[in-house]
Design a protein around this ligand. Structure first.
Ligand code: SF4
Length: 161
């Protein structure tokens, strides 16, 4: 199925991360999807109104994206700012973009409190991760969009070719 794929902007090298950098994923499938016009790009945090650069943020207390969406946890900056509303707004914009483009799959960078799909940081800003997803990944999955991490790109390529 040659449908479009929602992708984290930083995976394409766009300088949208909290530190003003990108994190490009080098893989032949990325080039092919780009040439085929199948990539739908978004940075949920910027779409939610966050600037670049911005303070690092994590989901508090070892919670995950679904906990944030259902009001059981917040997304906090290392500086103490509550950015829950921005993260939820960005997730909603990512979902709206995916649905408008008919994306059944998303390729999102792992580890992020927005885009992470396998593991995220535990809220202590100590570099410790736990199994769980970010706010955007959780909202996409809730809506039936299959979310893949970069480690799983080959499986996504097979599924969508
Ligand atoms: Fe990359 Fe997603 Fe973070 Fe934006 S929100 S910088 S796309 S991981």
């Amino acid at each position: 199925m040659t449908s479009k794929i929602l992708i984290s902007a930083c995976l394409l090298g766009q300088p949208v991360r909290y530190d003003g950098k990108g994190k490009p994923l080098i893989h032949p499938a990325i080039d092919r999807w780009r040439q085929e016009g199948r990539l739908v790009t978004i940075c949920p945090e910027m779409a939610g109104g966050m600037p670049v650069p911005r303070p690092p943020a994590e989901i508090e207390k070892g919670a995950s994206g679904l906990d944030v969406l259902e009001g059981r946890a917040r997304v906090m900056e290392i500086s103490g700012g509550d950015v829950t509303a921005e993260f939820i707004a960005g997730a909603e914009k990512a979902l709206a973009l995916a649905e408008a483009n008919g994306c059944a799959h998303a390729l999102l960078i792992d580890g992020s409190p927005s885009c992470g799909s396998v593991a995220i940081y535990n809220g202590s800003f100590s570099g410790v991760k736990h199994g769980g997803n970010g706010v955007t990944a959780a909202l996409l999955e809730k809506a039936g969009i299959a979310v893949f991490s970069p480690a799983d790109i080959d499986r996504l390529d097979v599924l969508t070719c």
